[in-house]
Design a protein around this ligand. Sequence first.
Ligand SMILES: [Zn+2]
Length: 309
Amino acid sequence: MAAIDMQEFVKQCRAANPLFKENVFASLLEKIKAYNTNLKLGNQARTLQSEAGIQILLRNLSQDLKTRYAKALAYIQAKIKGALARPDETAVFKLSIPIASRSSPLDVRGEGFPSLAAIQEVGRNLAIICPLVHDLAKSDHEGPRRNWFAQESLREVHSSIVNLDQYLNRQCTGISFKVLRVGGRCDGETVDNSLAGQVIRAVMVGHEDRPDYRKQGGYLKVPWGLRIFFGPLYFSVNEHYDAVLKTVAIYRFMTLFHELTHKILRTQDKVYELSNCLSIKDTANAVMCADSWGYFLTDYANTRNRLPG
Ligand SMILES: [Zn+2]
């Protein structure tokens, strides 16, 4: 982990575009400044936090900026890469989680987790998620559906919930979780500190498009066991991430469900983060968006007083 030379960064931006003005990257430069300060003070926790902030900003830049300033942005990445200590990749934890809504326990396997407690937390979250999904599946009026999904999508939302219920409470036999380290690779991309979770996307053929996994019986195509990856942000995230994800425990709960919907409903990362999910909630994109599902279940858990922590 090294300080980022802001003048060097600006110089590289000017090389890419002689008309470059610093205000194009105003918030990025601000975050870099905080990162450099925390680094200099030797405050590792805060350095990692500001680094995650930089990564999130970089990820959300417009494609146009990413392309135009690719070299300058790569300079920043090179400076901050490899910040987190490697997790112990040899540690494997195996748990059998009793879950109220299931007739048999769920097998949970954790690879590379920093502690037994960290994978036990995943197990506790599954023991909350499965019964909540089961309750949602009982009635198409249950839960704050219109807070997150469009009126026109409500049928698709309900069949999705039924698929989640059938899968999580009946079909699924086990889920394995693996921790990814910074600089490692997953699904063709290099892992950075802004990554919270990841799954390997299934290859889809032409007819398996949009509605297929979210209509009746879609769960039958999902394999009996799942594999989900957690990235550095899952472990380094701050309290008060946003107005819904108020604690680290809630952030992790939401991230787990986000990843489950990728696998079971074939959701995509249409957008990330609370404000973006709220802005697409009345569009057909919301029902396909993993973060929208994550916020929906977190919202529901809150109304049922079932949030972790
Ligand atoms: Zn995702």
